[in-house]
Write a protein that binds this ligand. Structure first.
Ligand SMILES: [Zn+2]
Length: 125
């Protein structure tokens, strides 16, 4: 499973490396290509990632985070400033979209890093 002779990183380190889009094993190569597609193997250490499937966990994590940021912010702004409806219609969908686009690959990397560190076989091996 681990291609190199160096000790395997902890689950925490592997997950953090995945979170920043790096190889959970070495932290050098990229984990994702084309926004969300896992690389077949790390370009630096050769560790295989193409078989890992994060399934629905990254979208669920993203929805959870975005919802817990945007909805309280929306309610707070409404109660404090009472802006016109068009402001809400312009700001909150755009903020939700931007947060989703930023968070989704990071959540996927986190899940893939955690899956890899736990030795999950993946669904296509
Ligand atoms: Zn690597």
């Amino acid at each position: 499973m681990i291609a190199s002779t160096t000790p395997a990183p902890s689950k925490f380190v592997a997950s953090l490396r995945g979170l920043i889009g790096r190889c959970p094993n070495c932290g050098q190569g990229r984990l994702l290509r084309n926004y969300l597609k896992p690389v077949e193997a790390c370009s630096a250490c050769g560790e295989a990632y193409g078989h890992l499937r994060a399934d629905d966990a990254p979208p669920w994590m993203t929805i959870l985070i975005v919802g817990h940021v945007v909805i309280p912010a929306l309610l707070s702004v409404e109660q404090t400033y009472e802006p016109p409806t068009w402001v809400h219609m312009a700001v909150w969908p755009l903020l939700s979209l931007l947060m989703t686009l930023v968070l989704l690959p990071r959540c996927k990397g986190l899940v893939l890093g955690l899956l890899w560190s736990t030795g999950a076989p993946g669904s296509e091996r």
